[in-house]
Design a protein around this ligand. Structure first.
Ligand SMILES: [Zn+2]
Length: 308
């Protein structure tokens, strides 16, 4: 059953959505870029596209309004980390997170939480292809497949903004905590396929499942073990992060500690990280499809087994 599901992950869907989000009709996904002659910023327009797509897949997406500021750009820092905190006097803009809930049949109170930040870098005009159109399109493809089958537990997807300030995942995680949600696993999809120039040139397909607290280690090990189990054409590794960060970190800090981020390399080695060169043409689509298969396998395994 799981192997059959994995075979349905569509490289063509991933390619099409990747280029839609990074090339045409959207070049960027930020509040700080509005296409010429357009009335609304590119992040707002992207959100409408995602909402329409999610409705067409038969789901009922929830748009959750919030406000963000673009990061300031500090060119005296390391070139990959030019973002710097906005001033409190900088203008804020209306933004949205999008949530999709696929309710489980047997244990609806147990939640598998997937995350992908959908925005591109707000301090520089970068298409943000690997970071993080790749995670966005993978999670879209997973929704297409998972919405069509029965599953035991609830599978919830958050599409948020992480290249703007503040991170709305923090508020969402805290709300989940306040409601008493039982989130049994958190899988953040962020920057698939990003790898070193040497690995890129060699055609290596890689995925790292990275945990940052001991409770996340079994989940990372499960993710990596599925590559051999289902013979997915990718090399997968477990990574241990020195600190709690990223959107899964928002959930860890709210007490949901069985959490990983799945990404292309660790430490992240893409030479175009946070630069204008992070374009969709550089994304290794076979690597992207295999990454989607690994995450889908992990969701289905956790759905079947329950808490790990
Ligand atoms: Zn980033």
């Amino acid at each position: 059953m799981i192997a059959e599901m994995l075979s349905q992950v569509s490289l063509e869907n991933l390619r099409r959505d990747l280029f839609r989000l990074c090339r045409d009709p959207f070049s960027f996904r930020t509040v700080s870029y509005t296409a010429p002659w357009h009335a609304r910023n590119s992040l707002d327009e992207t959100d409408d596209f995602l909402l329409e797509r999610l409705k067409s897949l038969g789901t009922s997406p929830r748009a959750i309004p919030n406000r963000v500021r673009p990061y300031r750009c500090n060119e005296s820092k390391d070139i990959h980390r030019w973002y710097s905190f906005p001033y409190t006097t900088d203008p804020s803009y209306p933004a949205r997170s999008i949530e999709v809930t696929l309710t489980g049949n047997d244990c609806p109170g147990e939640i598998i939480q997937l995350i992908a930040h959908k925005d591109s870098q707000s301090w520089i005009n970068s298409a943000g292809a690997q970071d993080n159109a790749t995670g966005t399109v993978v999670n879209l493809e997973l929704i297409r497949l998972l919405a069509a089958i029965p599953h035991r537990r609830t599978i919830r997807f958050l599409f948020c903004n992480e290249e703007h300030f503040p991170w709305h995942s923090m508020a969402m995680a805290q709300e989940a905590r306040n409601r008493g949600d039982d989130i049994i696993a958190v899988l953040n999809s962020d920057s698939f396929c990003g790898k070193s120039d040497a690995d890129q040139a060699a055609g290596r397909k890689t995925l790292w499942s990275v945990y940052s607290t001991p409770e996340g280690k079994p989940l990372a090990e499960l993710v990596v073990s599925l590559v051999a189990k289902y013979q997915i054409p990718i090399e997968a590794f477990v990574g241990a992060s020195g600190g709690i960060s990223d959107d899964e970190g928002s959930f860890i800090n709210a007490g949901f500690r069985c959490a990983v981020v799945n990404q292309g390399s660790f430490p992240y080695a893409d030479s175009q990280y946070h630069l204008r060169g992070d374009i969709p043409e550089r994304v290794d689509l076979e690597n992207l499809r295999a990454s989607a298969q690994v995450v889908l396998a992990a969701v289905l395994e956790v759905d079947d087994r329950g808490r790990i």
